[in-house]
Ligand binder design. Structure first.
Ligand code: GLY
Length: 394
């Protein structure tokens, strides 16, 4: 009788997800909850901008309004990429219609030669679209974009030029973020049979491995090379706290970039570096308990410093991937770390309630704090990598 009473007393508890403390909520439920919010938010956003020709969601402006961008913004590919991921998981005609619509808006970027961000722009949009649909038109865009990106490769430096501004300061700047453009070159090699794209990606990854990392495996944001000798002449920051600090999103790009390069090439040196970057991140004494990093690991005003959800989302996605590729106990640690980050990002502090947050999915990211821009706001790329992390975990 006593057993029976206990059973009936507990039954309603099991019927309501709210009965779980956040920590005890099964991971599968966290993932489904995140995907549900993401789908609602992304569809509302897609409808809101449907008739605003050529626009993509970017962030929320200081005046509280939705800030949008056009195809030439470095993050134009993230919203279509988010829609492709959600469509892949839940193939409805509506998600496909919007994924195609916003992907088409990015297409003019394939001819840009004044930016290194073509991997972000084209691989997240057309790359995911091609992977899922095999639409031959998407393949053509990937190849054309790779030719445009290849114009920025310098054979003496053995790297792709990142930025064209600050020429008086930097001869040939390469930023750690540029590791994220290499997958486009690999996809283009496969799609076109032109192995030069893959060779450039490898050369860029090797040059960055040699020059961007400090003895503790944190990385500089910007390394500028002398184009005559091919050697670095400056190591600085642009979005971090100081030249010698570890800008959180930069560490995330490095982790993600070398994990992806190991997956694509099987080069053990890339796996080793990914492990070393991952160790720096996981063991950092100033990584908060919830594993959402401060915007810079050396931010001067911790614990008041702003957190960067975008860095956490990129790290989480990379850590899941690394755990899949690394069959040592370290791989298991990566998965634990990713799960902690995803759980934190899925808590009410970071995950928006459906219908709020101007239809962005996550809150509390930092774009460029020294530039006094995008501080403690939603960002389209935080959303993209959060969804990617959820799906990789799933
Ligand atoms: N690549 C731009 C950024 O991470 O802010």
């Amino acid at each position: 009788m006593k057993k029976r009473l206990t059973f009936y007393f507990l039954l309603p508890c099991f019927m309501f997800a709210g009965c779980h403390t956040r920590e005890s909520e099964p991971l599968s439920a966290v993932i489904e909850r995140g995907l549900q919010v993401a789908t609602q938010q992304a569809l509302s956003m897609a409808k809101e901008l449907e008739h605003r020709e050529g626009q993509f969601p970017k962030t929320i402006s200081p005046d509280g309004t939705l800030e949008t961008s056009y195809y030439d913004w470095w993050g134009s590919g993230f919203f279509p990429g988010t829609l492709w991921y959600l469509y892949e998981e839940n193939p409805t005609p509506e998600l496909k219609k919007y994924a195609e619509l916003y992907t088409a808006r990015v297409e003019p970027a394939k001819n840009l030669t004044n930016t290194h961000d073509l991997g972000f722009m084209l691989n997240c949009s057309f790359g995911n679209g091609y992977r899922i649909t095999r639409n031959p038109q998407y393949k053509e865009v990937i190849i054309t974009g790779a030719y445009s990106l290849a114009t920025r490769y310098h054979p003496e430096v053995c790297a792709i030029r990142s930025w064209d501004f600050n020429r008086e300061k930097w001869q040939f700047p390469v930023i750690i973020d540029n590791m994220m453009n290499l997958e486009l070159l690999i996809r283009a090699s496969e799609a076109s049979g032109d192995t030069r794209f893959g060779d450039m990606a490898n050369a860029h990854a090797k040059t960055t491995k040699e020059n961007h990392f400090r003895p503790d495996y944190s990385s500089y944001h910007v390394v500028s090379y002398d184009t005559l000798t091919g050697s670095p002449h400056a190591k600085q920051t642009h979005q971090g706290f100081s030249d010698e600090s570890a800008w959180a999103r930069g560490q995330a790009w490095g982790l993600y970039g070398y994990t992806a390069m190991y997956r694509e090439t099987g080069n053990a040196a890339y796996l080793e570096l990914a492990r070393q970057i991952g160790t720096f991140i996981m063991n950092h004494p100033d990584m908060p308990e919830d594993k959402i990093p401060y915007w810079d690991f050396n931010a001067p005003d911790m614990p008041a410093a702003k957190r960067d959800a975008s860095a956490a989302a990129i790290m989480a996605s990379a850590f899941v991937e690394l755990s899949r590729l690394d069959h040592t106990p370290f791989g298991k640690e990566c998965l634990v770390m990713a799960e902690q980050q995803v759980r934190s990002l899925s808590s009410p502090h970071y995950l928006a309630e459906a219908g709020s947050n101007h239809h962005f999915i996550l809150k509390h990211s930092v774009g460029n704090l020294p530039g006094n821009s995008e501080i403690d706001v939603p960002l389209a790329y935080a959303d993209y990598y959060y969804i990617e992390a959820l799906l990789r975990l799933k």
